[in-house]
Design a protein around this ligand. Structure first.
Ligand code: FAD
Length: 395
């Protein structure tokens, strides 16, 4: 009888986004029977760059490499960035990171979200012990001490020893666990699109802190850039109403023409911005990873990276318990995952909220602190090293 017909799994992963698929791949040699459920297939790969991209740091890259997935991403399309240039538009503060000075081939990679998903999905589909259950919408969960059951919209039901909620910010698993994530809105949204600029991006990830919010130009392998522009909701409305020429003009101006004028822009999309964090990641036979457990501001491009680390950590805890013949789905085992990840995730959320406040404030004193702080950090070895480690995910 095939795994799908039994309706029973060792692990059900609710959500086949970046974090859910990473977990499936990290567990694929454990022999556990795994079902990954998602309501929709990843967006198809096309010649045009997808609008959603992630700056993937070196720690996440290690996880992808260990799973054998990065090579599949490279076969599709990845864009290395060798340098990072960050500055404050209202002052003189700036900081620069260079992979050459660190003896690294790259600081990280800009990868389209669908490329990450497609590569991980390919591995999942090559693995006999994993079922890719898609499209399938989870409608509800029955949770008790003895039973963990997922009910799908088509009326079928699946049971598991462990259900992992990797189903994003509005997680139905989190809801069924009775765990609240108080999501605080920044009253801001991010405009994303792909642009061609007058000058080459020099394989550098550029980020400018404007009083209205951060603006990032992320370098893509074909010479174009993916931009993430965070603005107040009313400003987003105005920007989205502009035609392409007027939008390009405003974008180039806001970016201080660091890459010259903006020549062309793709269609634009808007994403709401907020942050929040659950107090508890696990219960008996249940765990939350990625955006289901925490949301942060994308200004440092860390949300997906944190989710990938959650997935890698949970997989390691489960693998260790299996090898030691301990109860791998028991709450005391899963608690180890929570203990290892919560501190890092909380620190990143607090840092991003602090940055958002510090840089989104026109107070002259704060401007001065930013100038001094960024320039000092650029010249102070240990502080710069700490920031580099944070950006690379290696701390
Ligand atoms: C503008 C912007 C830029 C960003 N840039 C970066 C960056 O550069 N670097 C970075 O690290 N992070 C970045 N992030 C954050 C990153 O995109 C997210 O943290 C990451 O995608 C979360 O992945 P996830 O798999 O946890 O959740 P999701 O991507 O939300 O995936 C959840 C999955 O669950 C499925 N699902 C949900 N409910 C159900 C259901 N009931 N039934 C079946 N399936 C269901 C969904 O279809 C989805 O596929 C950015 C975010 C934004 C908004």
């Amino acid at each position: 009888m095939s795994v799908a017909n039994t309706g029973h799994y060792d692990v059900i992963i609710a959500g086949g986004g970046i974090t859910g698929l990473t977990l499936a791949c990290a567990l694929r040699n454990t022999g556990l029977r795994i079902g990954v459920i998602d309501q929709r297939e990843p967006e198809a790969f096309t010649q045009d760059y997808a609008l959603r991209v992630s700056a993937i740091n070196r720690a996440s890259l290690k996880v992808f490499n260990a799973a054998g997935a990065f090579v599949h991403m490279q076969q599709l399309r990845v864009s290395p960035f060798l340098e990072m240039q960050v500055w404050d538009s209202t002052g003189t503060g700036q900081i620069h990171f260079d992979s050459a000075e660190l003896g690294l081939d790259a600081l990280g990679y800009i990868i389209e979200n669908n490329v990450i998903q497609l590569a991980l999905q390919e591995l999942v589909q090559q693995t006999e012990t994993i079922d890719w259950l898609c499209p399938a919408e989870i409608e509800s969960l029955d949770i008790s001490e003895e039973l963990k059951r997922v009910r799908l919209a088509d009326g079928s039901a699946l049971t598991a020893k462990l259900i992992v909620g990797a189903d994003g910010a509005n997680s139905i698993v989190r809801h069924a666990m009775g765990i609240e994530l108080v999501r605080k809105s920044y009253q801001q949204q991010a405009i994303v699109c792909t642009v061609a600029t007058e000058y080459e991006h020099q394989q550098t990830a550029w980020q400018c802190f404007l009083p209205t919010g951060p603006l990032a130009f992320l370098p893509l392998a074909d010479g174009s850039c993916s931009i993430v522009w965070s603005l107040d909701e009313s400003q987003v409305e105005q920007m989205m109403a502009l035609d392409d020429d007027a939008f390009s003009q405003r974008l180039g101006e806001s970016f201080e023409y660091r890459l010259g004028s903006v020549k062309t822009v793709s269609p634009r999309a808007v994403f709401p911005l907020g942050h929040g964090h659950v107090d508890c990641y696990v219960q008996q036979g249940l765990a939350l990873i990625g955006d289901a457990a925490h949301n942060i501001h994308p200004l440092a491009g860390q949300g997906a990276n944190l989710g990938i680390m959650d997935a890698a950590c949970l997989a390691q805890i489960i693998t260790d318990a299996l090898q030691a013949h301990r109860q791998w789905n028991a709450v005391h085992t899963l608690r180890k995952y929570e203990r290892r990840r919560k501190g890092d995730n909380r620190l990143m959320e607090a840092t991003m909220t602090g940055f958002k406040y510090l840089f989104g404030n026109a107070n002259p004193l704060l401007t001065e602190i930013r100038n001094i702080g960024l320039n000092a950090a650029d010249h102070a070895g240990p502080v710069k090293q700490m920031l580099i480690n944070q950006a690379l995910g290696e701390h």
